[in-house]
Design a protein around this ligand. Structure first.
Ligand code: XIL
Length: 406
């Protein structure tokens, strides 16, 4: 149902307690507007006020964002999170470091809030992430380093961690990023022998962790998630490594359902959307779903002081996006790659607002990576996605109903 039609209905429902002549006027006005709407259904579905989630629903693609607690407690950010997106990923709140700060002591507050928020707003959740070398609790990495945690104990702890977390949210998580970032950045690339988990527990662990997650929630889609595994490295080296790995897992009958390509682009490097489409299609040819899971497009931004503090900050709200039209193009390229592959079930951005972005804190001098500027105004990046989604409605395999459920 289009937003305008919903508004009309809401208006006529609100008029139920009004005098009869007012009710009649509302009904007539609604009828006229509905006729006008019927005559130009396509135009109505592509209006400037259409949200990303509405436009995505029309082409059976869920549009998501990562959220951190601030996004859900700040009224303006929460409103955008609810209005624009139909998938939520916790930016940090489900990582081991956060959920088990000391052995056996759990903190589920942030994760619970996010899952509750998502359900309240009919959004699905991408669980992120169970097996990753980063953001592990200190007690775990220190214990391994000083020998008080043996490899056998480490394996048990990981098994327990996966079982506890996945069971807690059983039935409430759509996709789980079971394994995150395990390929090397070299050419050729391979499963990283120096990855914390592989180094201690061996490559056979990969099959085990998917099986453990599946046992704890048989309905969740289980994904391998990584960056530069859909052509962004130009050489396809990382794609080759990821493809070989997931193919071998499938051959071992491991319950893996999807590949997530993070989609963290940087304008200083090349990007070829055709290669991305081809790679997503290749994963799909194995029978897997695919998803863009952490899209953003960063670039160097003007700086204000000698230590290169990015200008994109809350205290100096000068958006630099006018100098960055390519940012919108690359977002569109990624979205089009996803739209071109029927198995691509969600397109998620890693936060939507420049002022909240992880980029300036991680990549020195870079920013301007998101859909909304520091004043929370939609940037050309946002309108370009709106336009691309509305055009996708005409794509041969993406017509049909506007249900989000499929
Ligand atoms: C990032 C978060 O956004 C930051 O807040 C945190 O400090 C570091 O991690 N790839 C991933 C995400 O899979 O988990 C990372 O998230 C970004 C890169």
């Amino acid at each position: 149902m289009t937003k305008s039609f919903r508004t009309i209905l809401a208006g006529s429902r609100r008029s139920e307690g009004a005098p009869r002549n007012v009710r009649l006027m509302v009904a007539v006005a609604a009828g006229v507007l509905m006729l006008a709407g019927a005559a130009s259904a396509d135009e109505a579905s592509t209006s400037a006020s259409s949200t990303l989630r509405e436009l995505g629903a029309q082409v059976q693609l869920r549009i998501g964002t990562a959220a951190v607690p601030n996004d859900l407690s700040d009224p303006t950010l929460a409103q955008i999170t609810a209005d624009q997106f139909s998938v939520l990923t916790p930016g940090n709140e489900m990582k081991w470091q956060v959920v088990e700060p000391s052995p056996g002591t759990f903190n589920w507050t942030g994760a619970d809030n996010l899952v509750n928020f998502a359900e309240e707003h009919r959004e699905r959740v991408r669980g992120h992430t169970l097996v990753w070398h980063n953001q592990l609790p200190n007690w775990l990495t220190q214990g391994v380093a000083n020998g008080t945690i043996s490899d056998a104990q480490l394996r048990d702890l990981l098994h327990q961690h996966i079982t506890t977390e996945v069971s807690r949210y059983r039935g409430r998580i759509w996709q789980w990023d079971v394994v995150n970032e395990m390929m090397t950045d070299s050419n050729p690339s391979q499963l990283n022998p120096n990855d914390f988990w592989i180094a201690h527990l061996g490559a056979g662990l990969l099959a085990d962790v998917f099986r453990w997650a599946h046992a704890a929630d048989p309905d969740a889609l289980l994904c391998y998630n990584d960056y530069n595994i859909a052509g962004e490295d130009g050489s396809n080296a990382k794609f080759n490594a990821a493809f070989t790995t997931v193919k071998s897992l499938l051959a071992q009958k491991v319950p893996i359902d999807c590949v997530g390509d993070q989609g963290h682009l940087d304008l200083q490097f090349g990007f070829n959307p055709i290669l991305m489409t081809q790679d997503l299609r290749a994963y799909a040819s194995l029978g897997l779903k695919v998803a863009i899971t952490e899209a953003d497009v960063r670039t160097f931004v003007e700086t204000t002081d000698s230590d290169q503090t990015p200008i994109v900050s809350k205290t100096d709200p000068t958006p630099s996006h006018t100098a960055n039209p390519a940012g919108a193009d690359w977002y569109v390229g990624m979205l089009q790659s996803c739209l071109a592959v029927k198995a691509c079930i969600s397109f998620t951005v890693w936060g939507f607002a420049d002022a909240e972005s992880w980029i300036p804190g991680t990549f020195k001098g870079e920013g301007d990576a998101d859909l909304y500027d520091v004043n929370l105004n939609p940037k050309p990046q946002y309108t370009a996605l709106q336009q691309t989604l509305s055009l996708a409605r005409g794509a041969p395999h993406r017509g049909g109903s506007s249900r989000e459920e499929d």
